[in-house]
Ligand binder design. Structure first.
Ligand SMILES: [Zn+2]
Length: 229
């Protein structure tokens, strides 16, 4: 089997898993993954401390199956749990799979990334969303990626959406930013209410008043929506 055939097989593997577990949208949550893990009898062990270059690991022995995962924010946590699920479903000959920066370019690891991305947000659904906002091939800009993220509520990260958009040819390879997405999102859509409230509470009285009165910039939304169409 060639690499590309293997990757296509890993992507295809995600589809029946979505169907079997009723994942109908691209907003796959921690609860969804916990539910799937329970069905497969996989225990989750969350590390409270960080391991250098390691974000998760799959481990199976005579006592059962465990996925160890760093205490990550929601998006990377969901993605990592999906990644480790691939090791459970497709790598039964390997009882231990450490996953991190050191082995991320290995075929088995890339296959797990492809499986996870498809489990969270199937390529077909991504193409449909891009068609809905009229993004032609090669025409995807950062604001389109932000719009997809916000309108779908997907837990696939900005980095994952960028890879997907470039891989499918919606944007030229390397044309989209690799970081700074939250800042860009705030520049376009304004600062989320919970952040403004937190900043206002920690600011001196005058600044707090000013921060509290800052408009949400909701008025920008229709304009932005029209601009990206
Ligand atoms: Zn892995």
């Amino acid at each position: 089997m060639t690499r590309s055939e293997y990757y296509a097989r890993m992507r295809a593997l995600a589809r029946p898993v979505r169907t079997a577990h009723g994942l109908a949208s691209c907003k796959v949550t921690r609860s969804d993954l916990r539910r799937i893990y329970k069905v497969h009898g996989i225990k989750i062990d969350i590390w409270r401390h960080k391991f250098k270059d390691l974000r998760g690991a799959y481990f199976r022995d005579e006592f059962g199956t465990t996925v160890m995962v760093a205490d990550l924010p929601t998006d990377p946590m969901v993605f990592t749990l999906a990644h480790e699920l691939k090791h459970h479903l497709a790598d039964q000959d390997a009882p231990l799979a450490p996953c991190g920066a050191r082995n991320q370019s290995e075929q088995v690891e890339i296959g797990a990334e492809i499986f996870a991305a498809e489990l969270l947000f199937p390529e077909d659904d991504f193409c449909r969303v891009m068609a809905e906002i009229a993004v032609a091939h090669g025409a995807c800009r950062p604001e389109h990626i932000i719009r997809v993220k916000r309108s779908t509520g997907t837990t696939l990260s900005y980095q994952g959406l960028v890879k997907r958009a470039e891989f499918l040819g919606f944007a030229p390879s390397g044309s989209l930013p690799r970081s700074g997405w939250r800042v860009l999102e705030e520049e376009i859509f304004g600062i989320p209410f919970y952040k403004r409230r937190r900043r206002a509470q920690s600011a001196p009285p005058d600044e707090a008043d000013e921060a509290a009165e800052t408009p949400e910039r909701q008025d920008d939304l229709p304009l932005f929506a029209a601009a990206v169409r």
